[in-house]
Design a protein around this ligand. Structure first.
Ligand code: KG4
Length: 338
């Protein structure tokens, strides 16, 4: 069975072709980073217009890479939400049109389900149940996953998502966009112990997150030490980045491991753009080993937004409920799982 996946929830347009639930035949992404960079964040109107320009050539290229034609495709899986409505509508309308013209079933997929199961696109697969930490530009959530179609939210962010905090800190330090990889690069040569930034643990046993206070603390520290920058103190930005990253990583790891232990679950899975962060990957690996937990990390290509994960989630949804096309369904901006 061949599934064509389409993802257009934010600023990346992505198309993938999956054979059954195992082989990724094509996984192409058209990034809009250079368009939004100068604004320090995604401009929704520009995002949707550029999805329109990118989608047709990407579908063509994914089919060509897979050596398939549209008639060979058995299912179209497309991100239905959450995301920017204008962006979602481009992919969703395209999927409906393809489905109608080529008489192929289509399924709408929750973007979160894509991130939750992106680890299955790699070589080693976890068994159910597992605890999943999904950290991206729009989400910081912990779930218990019992199957491909059954997952329960344990905790979520009450303000900024982890990736959003990385992006905002990068912006206030003048580093550029997207912030996560840039902050991480500076952090690699910084001292994580120089600034003790706050960790928001919230109430006892809460699995929720809060990163907005941390962001404010970074801003205050930056302002206080700004004169050092003018004296060419080249360690200030790396040290702020390393200390900030450490504060985010500490909270993400501790809450995830507590969720696993409290629910007697011995497998943890990561997903979402921030799961590409090398400090998070290294420290989570160390801590899981200490607590006897098996950790599954997605391949780097499947951490940030991609359509292979949407194709996989759509494949499982279709297999489970065998839904028929419903051309009246619409996109949604907020996840029902978040
Ligand atoms: O999953 P994703 O591509 O899009 C959403 O669904 O939001 O995640 C994008 C987010 C951005 O906030 C980006 O700054 C962050 O993931 N990110 C990182 C890293 N790579 C991407 N954050 C920290 N460290 C990284 N290496």
């Amino acid at each position: 069975m061949f599934t064509l996946g389409i993802e257009s929830s934010c600023d990346d347009t992505a198309v993938a072709v999956l054979r059954d639930d195992t082989a990724v035949l094509a996984n192409v992404v058209s990034s809009q980073d250079s368009i939004h960079e100068r604004f320090g964040g995604v401009v929704p109107e520009l995002a949707s217009r550029n999805h329109l320009l990118a989608i047709q050539p990407l579908i063509h290229s994914a089919l060509q890479q897979s050596a398939l034609h549209l008639e060979d495709i058995d299912l179209v899986a497309v991100t239905q939400g959450p995301g920017l409505i204008g962006s979602l509508l481009v992919g969703f309308s395209y999927a409906k049109a393809m489905s109608y013209v080529a008489k192929i079933p289509f399924v709408g997929v929750d973007h979160m389900a894509g991130h939750l199961f992106s680890v299955f696109l790699g070589e080693k697969h976890p068994s159910f149940p597992f605890i999943a930490l999904i950290v991206s530009g729009g989400t910081s959530s912990i779930y218990i996953c019992n199957s491909f179609t059954s997952f329960t939210l344990l905790g979520r962010t009450r303000d900024d998502a982890a990736g959003e905090a990385f992006d905002k800190v990068a912006k206030l330090l003048g580093l550029g966009y997207p912030g996560g990889p840039l902050v991480s690069q500076y952090a690699a040569r910084g001292d994580a112990n120089r600034f003790l930034f706050p960790r928001a643990w919230l109430e006892k046993d809460s699995y929720d997150f809060s990163f907005s206070g941390l962001k404010t603390a970074v801003l205050q520290t930056y302002k206080k030490h700004y004169p050092e920058l003018q004296k060419n103190e080249s360690q200030l930005i790396p040290d702020i980045c390393a200390s900030f990253q450490q504060a985010v990583v500490d909270v993400l790891i501790q809450k995830t491991i507590t969720a696993a232990r409290n629910n007697s679950i011995t497998t943890v899975v990561l997903g979402g753009g921030v799961s590409a962060n090398s400090e998070l990957r290294t420290k989570m690996t160390e801590q899981c080993a200490i607590h006897g937990i098996s950790l599954f990390l997605p391949d780097l290509a499947y951490c940030t937004d991609n359509a292979a994960m949407i194709a996989l989630a759509g494949y499982h949804k279709y297999k489970k409920i065998n839904i028929a096309n419903d051309f009246d369904t619409d996109v949604f901006s907020r996840s029902i799982y978040n």
